[in-house]
Design a protein around this ligand. Structure first.
Ligand code: GDP
Length: 460
């Protein structure tokens, strides 16, 4: 069995639904005693002696001391290996009251099972070979997805797209390795090397496929993790009003007293399928007020790490020295200029002064807001990105592993050119194989696996 540290074969229990009240809740059991434990407390209305697999039974739960009815429920058993975890699984669909759930779980614990760790059901599915690591991670991503783009990436990964891609790398690498090992005698005897043209060709093809996968990472990351968009400008140009308009609520304080937003405000929002962290900052200006100065310092600090800056300039007003200060803070950043208050009589600005594309807008009349949204999302995405067919490398861990595999493959190809020894060539291929195996979990160290599964919630 792989990953012996993670392997446990006791029976575990946990609520699979979130804490709090709801219509129904599900309590899930997995392990060799799952069905027996269910039968200890569940009494089907049809008085059947055995519960047929994957069929819902109506009945009552009575605590194991048989003194009181705990709930009227539906129950189902899913015998391994064709279950989520690969083990025997039983589920109780009870009424969704926290007390009901707690008393069922407590009673099952008293009957002799253990409370599951976060992610332990999925961890067992992985250990039992039901899913590879990339699919297990996709389950956590799917649960946490905040945008349709992130959801599509997680679904493609859950469907095995990344696993399939990476397993095809493995088979090419394994073929190359067996070729090198088959011809190891040629290397040793220092006679003419075998014909490596086919090896070279498939190595180069594989290298190109890896490069293609890696090239999609930026798009994948943007969809999975989202991007930070910073709203900057001098005080009173309409930054907070713009944030509220984009969020559709009054989150930031709008006031005509300059300097009201003294700290940064960060809010998640989805624009055109793209998850954003929208950050409103203190207005950038020269100030002697220490609290405001701290806000300005933080705004400048955030500027350095933002993926995109929306620089707000008041279209009804000539540029002030503070506008110039804000513009100079945006140097070298990706910028969209929002010319605000377009409902007011316009001052004729020279667009050549602006550090990025310009969108005229008015929060009061609503004009230009859609254009700004469009500009923001098209800065990061092409229109086909969030389609169901799209498939991207989106996780930093996966990227690091594919990068390592690519580097080892590049060493191998370079070694071929200089007639390196078979030991060197096969060591490079083994490194590439091991790196690729980290994506699917074959070669992932146990500490990393534990870290990955700890990201899950209880009951998953
Ligand atoms: P901030 O200091 O840059 O965050 O600016 P605020 O959002 O607090 O707005 C400053 C002032 O400009 C407030 O009185 C707003 O009502 C006004 N304001 C904001 N957006 C617009 C707009 O589109 N049109 C007009 N006419 N006034 C606006």
């Amino acid at each position: 069995m792989r990953h012996s540290v993670l392997f446990a074969n006791d029976t575990i229990v946990a609520p699979a639904t979130p804490p709090g009240s709801g219509g129904i809740a599900i309590v899930r059991l997995s392990g060799p005693k799952a069905v027996a434990l269910l039968r200890q407390i569940f009494f089907p209305s049809c008085h059947t002696a055995t519960l047929a697999p994957r069929r819902l039974y109506h009945g009552h739960l009575r605590d194991h001391a048989r003194q009181m009815t705990m709930d009227e429920v539906l129950a189902v058993v899913m015998p391994g290996p064709h279950s989520y975890t690969g083990e025997d699984v039983a589920e109780i669909h009870c009424h969704g009251g926290p007390l009901v759930v707690r008393s069922i779980v407590d009673d099952l614990l008293a009957c002799g099972c253990r409370l599951a760790h976060p992610g332990e059901f999925t961890q067992r599915a992985f250990v039992n070979g039901r899913i590879d690591l990339s699919r297990a991670e996709a389950i956590a991503d799917l649960i946490q997805a905040r945008s349709s783009g992130a959801m599509q990436i997680a679904l493609a990964q859950l469907g095995g797209r990344l696993q399939l891609e990476v397993e095809s790398y493995r088979s090419v690498l394994a073929e190359l390795l067996s070729f090198i090992e088959l011809h190891i005698d040629f290397f040793d005897e220092d006679i003419a090397h075998p014909d490596f043209s086919q090896v070279r060709l498939s190595g180069k093809n594989l290298s190109m496929r890896m490069e293609q996968l890696l090239a999609g990472f930026d798009q994948g990351r943007v969809l999975r993790e989202g991007v930070s968009v910073l709203i900057v400008g001098r005080p009173n140009v309409g930054k907070s009003s713009l944030l509220n308009a984009l969020l559709g609520e009054s989150r930031a304080i709008v006031s005509d007293i300059p300097g009201t937003t003294r700290d940064t405000i960060e809010e998640p929002v989805v624009i055109g399928g793209l998850p954003l962290r929208l950050v409103d900052t203190a207005g950038i200006r020269e100030t002697f007020d220490p609290v405001e100065a701290e806000g300005v310092r933080r705004a400048r600090e955030r500027l350095a790490s933002a993926d995109l800056v929306v620089l707000v300039i008041d279209s009804s007003h000539p540029l002030t020295s503070d506008d110039h200060l804000a513009m100079s803070a945006c140097v070298d950043r990706r910028v969209i200029v929002a010319l605000s208050k377009a409902d007011l009589p316009r001052y004729r600005h020279d667009p050549a002064l602006f550090p990025g594309p310009v969108v005229e807008l008015s929060v009061h009349s609503g004009t230009g807001l859609d254009e700004l949204r469009q500009q923001v999302s098209s800065t990061f995405l092409t229109s086909s990105d969030a389609s169901p067919e799209s498939f991207f490398l989106a996780d930093r861990r996966h990227r690091a592993a594919v990068l390592r595999a690519h580097a080892a493959l590049t060493r191998f190809l370079a070694g071929l050119e200089v007639n390196a020894s078979a030991e060197f060539l096969s060591a490079d291929l083994r490194d590439a194989l091991s790196a690729v195996g980290e994506v699917t979990g074959e070669t992932t160290p146990d500490e990393i696996l534990e870290l990955i599964f700890s990201r899950f919630c209880i009951g998953k």
